[in-house]
Write a protein that binds this ligand. Structure first.
Ligand SMILES: [Zn+2]
Length: 72
């Protein structure tokens, strides 16, 4: 019984970890260059007109590439 509880706790931990990772995957995507950045990237902060905040998966789906400076 105690072992089952341990497994349940482990599953919950993994679930919450996945959710937080999924939330952290929003990137700044430059629709013109097709490059996506993370929030702290200087290039992303300079880019206002052509940049949108989208999911990293969506950026990749649109043919986006990770920025060389920040890694996306
Ligand atoms: Zn960048």
């Amino acid at each position: 019984m105690k072992k089952n509880l341990m497994n349940f706790t482990l599953i919950l931990t993994i679930l919450f970890f996945n959710i937080s990772v999924a939330l952290a995957e929003t990137v700044i995507y430059n629709v013109q260059s097709g490059i996506y950045h993370n929030y702290s990237c200087a290039s992303a902060n300079r880019c206002t007109k052509n940049c949108i905040k989208i999911d990293k998966k969506e950026a990749i789906k649109r043919g986006g590439r990770a920025c060389k400076n920040c890694g996306g």
